[in-house]
Design a protein around this ligand. Structure first.
Ligand SMILES: Cc1ncc(COP(=O)(O)O)c(C=O)c1O
Length: 393
């Protein structure tokens, strides 16, 4: 191991949202923070060096993207996923969620329905409802072990409704940790094609794939599916750069790419800031080894939680995620009412996790635990949860 992901970190000095917003969100400040989806892990040295070089220049004015910026992203996608995309099909945007919101407006009418697969990252439902569109949900189904799959009969049923015009896919899926397999993607993509439904693929987690699993971009499945898919991605999750606020959108259709770019132009948010400009290129060009080591660390943290729960807190159910660094813990069996679980986690366990109910009705009784941190934090959090669960009786 070249990198130490177990270094003790104190982000209170870092204005980290995970710490600074804890009181606002959970009502107290003494919790082990396992929520906001960023990492309590330092960025790769090559990224820090690239940003330090910028600081040395001592000028932070407007910047212009060199060709090498989009090329580095396209090369990364080709190398990691075997998917060739032309650099000129990429567009910069200030974030995946902003892109989603813009695209909901751009691709649909207010009378349209938009399909999502719950439980899912809360901004999916918000970007639909807050933009005055109607939400329609294909609930993911969970087997007795807690492994989620797609109810394709329901999926097709929902897609076949006339007013459904857009499907927002989350791959890998936050929070259930699935990395959708080729046959699942093919089926989803072909059904969307059949019912003339566009696909917005949020693939922000695509680089964080655990050993034994493989990410397949939706757009790579076939030319027909690529043509109906707009893909959103970014190195911000994988390289812990979310605060730099930049991302990519891939548009197979030139006229839509222009329309999207024009919207960003009208809002004057077309530029990178000087730091995302150099950090993203450094991540894609120089930090693959770092990412591989990070994945091994995250996989170890996840295995640790799974083993701990199986051995010591069987009242909780979880499955090891195939991707992301988020664990989806089912607290429905701990013996307290579902609507009191989050309160219990805050006031008894003293661990800050995302309330499962915010990911959809079928997320109630769950909590999302972020394990992208040094192992000691994972140990602290899970031991506190164990103690609190044992104290219930
Ligand atoms: C599925 C998914 N999409 C988007 C985002 C946020 O993306 P951005 O910060 O680029 O808006 C997150 C953050 O957790 C996420 O989990």
């Amino acid at each position: 191991m070249r990198y130490n992901f177990n270094e003790k970190i104190d982000r209170r000095e870092n204005h980290a949202a995970k710490w600074a917003e804890m009181k606002m969100k959970f009502g107290r400040e003494d919790l082990t923070p396992m929520w906001v989806a960023d990492m309590d892990i330092k960025a790769a040295p090559e990224i820090v060096e690239a940003m330090a070089e910028k600081v040395k220049q001592e000028i932070f004015g407007y910047v212009y993207r060199p060709d090498s910026y989009y090329e580095s992203a396209a090369n990364w996608v080709a190398k990691r996923f075997g998917y060739e995309i032309l650099p000129n099909t990429l567009i910069h945007s200030p974030g995946v969620v902003p892109s989603m919101s813009i695209l909901v407006n751009m691709l649909t009418k207010t009378t349209d329905k938009i399909l999502i697969q719950s439980p899912v990252y809360p901004p999916f439902a918000a970007s639909v409802k807050d933009n005055g569109r109607q939400l329609i949900e294909n609930h993911l189904v969970k087997d007795e072990n807690g492994y989620y799959t797609i109810d394709f009969e329901d999926f097709e049923n929902k897609l076949s409704q006339e007013s459904v015009t857009l499907f927002i896919l989350c791959n890998p899926h936050n929070p259930v940790g699935r990395v959708w397999k080729k046959d699942e993607l093919e089926k989803m993509g072909n059904l969307c094609k059949k019912y003339n439904v566009r696909i917005l693929a949020d693939e922000i987690w695509r680089d964080l794939i655990m050993p034994g699993h493989k990410h397949i971009p939706m757009g790579s499945i076939s030319k027909e599916i690529e043509d109906i898919t707009i893909t959103l991605f970014s190195p911000t999750k994988s390289f812990n750069l979310a605060g730099l606020q930049a991302s990519f959108a891939t548009f197979p259709r030139a006229e839509e790419r222009k329309e999207f770019d024009d919207i960003l132009g009208r809002m004057d948010v077309k530029r990178n800031n000087p730091f995302s400009l150099v950090a993203f290129e450094a991540a894609y060009n120089k930090c693959e080894d770092w990412l591989e080591e990070l994945i091994a660390h995250l996989d170890g943290n996840m295995q640790y939680v799974v083993d701990f729960i199986n051995e010591r807190i069987p009242e909780i159910k979880t499955v090891k995620p195939e991707g992301t660094y988020l664990m989806w813990l089912d607290f429905n069996g701990i013996g307290i009412p579902q609507d009191k679980i989050q309160e219990f986690l805050i006031n008894e366990a003293k661990v800050a996790m995302n309330d499962g109910g915010t990911f959809g009705e079928n997320g109630k009784g769950f909590a999302r635990m972020n394990v992208a941190c040094p192992r000691y934090m994972v140990e602290e959090a899970i031991e506190k949860i164990e103690k609190a669960v044992k104290n219930i009786k």
